[in-house]
Design a protein around this ligand. Sequence first.
Ligand SMILES: Cc1cc2nc3c(=O)[nH]c(=O)nc-3n(C[C@H](O)[C@H](O)[C@H](O)COP(=O)(O)OP(=O)(O)OC[C@H]3O[C@@H](n4cnc5c(N)ncnc54)[C@H](O)[C@@H]3O)c2cc1C
Length: 416
Amino acid sequence: MPRPHIVIVGAGFGGLSAAHGLGGADADVTVIDWRNYHLFQPLLYQVATAGLSPAQIASPIRAILRRAPNVRVLLGGVSRVDKERRTVTLEDRVLAYDCLVLATGARHAYFGHDDWESVAPGLKTIDDATAIRRHILVGFEKAEAVDTHEARRRLLTFVVIGGGPTGVEMAGAIAELARVALRHDFRNIDPREARIVLVEAGPRVLPAFPPVLSEAAHKALDRLGVEVRLGTPVTQCDEGGVTIGEERLEAATIIWGAGVAASSAANWLGVEKDRVGRVMVGLDLTLPGHPEIFVIGDTAHVPGADGQPLPGLAPVAKQQGAYVARVLRARLAGKPAPGPFRYRNFGTLATIGRRAAVADFGWIKISGTLAWLLWCVVHVSFLIGFRNRLVVILDWLWSYITFQSGARLITGPGSH
Ligand SMILES: Cc1cc2nc3c(=O)[nH]c(=O)nc-3n(C[C@H](O)[C@H](O)[C@H](O)COP(=O)(O)OP(=O)(O)OC[C@H]3O[C@@H](n4cnc5c(N)ncnc54)[C@H](O)[C@@H]3O)c2cc1C
């Protein structure tokens, strides 16, 4: 009898964790991703702000899974799922499955303002990060060359929209790039005069963290010279700048960190989705009525212990991937399935510049240098590949000691 075929779509945190858990299982596993690499998104902002190079935060999926002989990797994009025939459709083929794991993550959401995307790019992929890096660095280059104060002011104004972890980390890193790494490199401008504005429509930054840590993050941003605007939404974004409430701000660089929506998995399945497009799944992470289909990570709506949906975080996706592998292994062995999925929260972290961070472990909340050191240890240890870990540590040490950031290359379209 042929072995069951398990298809995993997406080799992000969730899909990769499921694939790892199924390595050596009595099943054929196919992992499909439209990228050939796994991306460590939590460090993307460092690529966007010239702290790290893309290859330091990404690893080839094929290499990561090379020790699992029953797992094969296919490069391709899934655009359709047929639940009745049990097939997924890629660009060039239709693939049958016995079990399907959808782990296709999330993308930016502009809440009905899709036209803002071209002027206020979001940060989700390596291409996004290198495009933002180009935009930021070109801003300084052009400011060095222009003659008028107004033009210089606009080129040196950077607006980050959204006060969640991505927005806070981006704003802090741009401020440090301007005030520290670039400060001696220009002759006509003083990069330290750059204006970095972080706009959050809600009443505090890092709304998912306890208020005491939001306050600590706000103070750390103040110390870096970031202007934090709270309580007023952005009402317009265009080539010239942004409008915050009624106030117009001329800015050459606008970065979007305000919202995400789930991938299109709910549309492929033709099922109920929540406000941000996530598929409603049961506590065993399967689609109601379809025990052979699992949906995990940023694409799934799974209630946590407090009844609220679990947040879109890497540990949530990883734990869900590992859980699905345990369920499938139990099924393959004819054993009873494990109990419902339960997320174990080991804590959440966000960093603000070179020496400040906030860490919420529930029972203890820390901010400042200790939290920053913890942030460094956690992020390096979760990077895939020994080489990446070593190179990132060396790069961080180097920039910490020399105040330089190593990846200040302007590449891509329009770079020459
Ligand atoms: C800038 C940024 C910073 C973040 N910082 C943190 C942080 O500090 N801490 C934290 O815990 N979380 C952080 N997150 C969130 C975290 O990265 C996500 O929660 C996590 O990646 C979700 O895992 P996932 O497996 O659901 O999706 P992803 O990791 O996004 O993986 C989805 C995979 O599916 C593939 N894919 C998508 N659609 C298709 C398709 N149609 N066909 C084939 N392949 C497809 C993609 O290429 C990708 O490899 C951050 C996210 C971003 C964007």
